[in-house]
Design a protein around this ligand. Structure first.
Ligand code: R5P
Length: 310
């Protein structure tokens, strides 16, 4: 096998996505496996990748811990098997919310995960709409931050007049501006305060939402608390109670579904960066985006139009 050979190694967290990418690149689904011992330990196995340009596709969720360990072990297995280049394709990069310490005694979780990926053998990292662009600066290896916003905006297209794209917190303003540019809508911003991992508080609104249909956009939905808080503010300010929500990542915890069901949500769009099992969300695939990204990296072509423009 030579560097001319492109190989997709499919992690267990989202095999459907990885296998779709492999097929779109003209290959077969990858037989790699991660075995679990009775005590919970994981052990990977990869088919011969010696000399190949390898892309390990594995999000860090759901669940965080096991998905991350499986990713690290697969990277190490490819590295030790003599791959000529190993790229970690991490559609959903968890821990990116911990890009700095908010209080003493905390960790910079994003840095810990990034360092671990590099130590395990990743020479390059591909992520989709990470929580923060600071991820690039936190990583020792090159990071390609591609975006699924055009995919989701395409799903929202045809929304017409009377809509307003809403950033549910200050961190989502640039994201909201990217959606608004594609959908040709104004932008409103909700000011959010996070009290804990499961509790957020939102009160203030910047912009006009009265008698408009809101489209709340975010990088991810986990507990649904951010969307719930933003929806409350929008309704208090006279928005039409038919809300569309779009988020690249949907590592939804079970209580999030109940929470979101209770809101006047018309459509909830997420991608398959994390495997989706609940019929509530409309899932738009990022397989073509990852396929295009991997093909261009393999052929040393620029990614310009696929990257996040900050
Ligand atoms: C935080 O700043 C993120 O951009 C999301 O708004 C947040 O992580 C969503 O989490 P949850 O659904 O638990 O509020």
């Amino acid at each position: 096998m030579s560097r001319d050979d492109l190989r997709i190694v499919a992690g267990p967290a989202n095999r459907v996505l990885a296998d779709t990418v492999a097929r779109e690149l003209g290959g077969e689904p990858d037989p790699s496996a991660v075995e679990r011992f009775p005590d919970g330990e994981l052990r990977p196995w990869v088919r011969d990748v010696h000399g190949a340009d390898v892309y390990v596709v594995q999000p860090t969720g759901p669940g965080g811990g096991d998905s991350i360990v499986a990713l690290l072990l697969l990277l190490d297995a490819c590295h030790r098997a003599g791959a000529s280049r190993v790229t970690a394709v991490v559609p959903y990069f968890g821990y990116a919310r911990q890009d700095r310490r908010q209080h003493g005694g905390q960790a910079v979780g994003a840095r810990v995960i990034a360092d671990a990926l590099a130590t395990a053998g990743a020479e390059r990292l591909v992520v989709v709409d990470p929580h923060t662009p600071a991820l690039e600066a936190l990583c020792e290896i090159p990071v390609e931050m591609v975006t699924a916003v055009p995919v989701l905006a395409h799903g929202l297209a045809g929304t017409g007049d009377g809509f307003v794209v809403v950033a549910p917190d200050l961190g989502a303003v640039k994201l909201a501006e990217r959606y608004a540019a594609l959908l040709d809508t104004p932008v409103a911003i909700v000011r959010k305060h996070r009290e804990s991992g499961s509790s957020v508080h939102a009160k203030e609104l910047i912009g006009d939402v009265a008698d408009r249909r809101p489209i709340i956009v975010d990088d991810m939905i986990s507990t649904g608390g951010t969307i719930e808080a933003a929806a409350g503010v929008l309704l208090d300010h006279g928005a039409i109670p038919e809300i569309d929500v779009a988020a690249t990542h949907g590592p939804l915890v079970p209580s999030a579904i109940r929470r979101l069901h209770a809101l006047p949500i018309r459509r909830l769009l997420v991608t398959d960066s994390v495997a989706q099992h609940d019929a509530f969300a409309e899932v738009h695939t990022i397989a073509p985006l990852l396929t295009d990204t991997i093909r261009r990296l393999h052929e040393d072509k620029p990614l310009d139009d696929l990257l996040i423009r900050t």
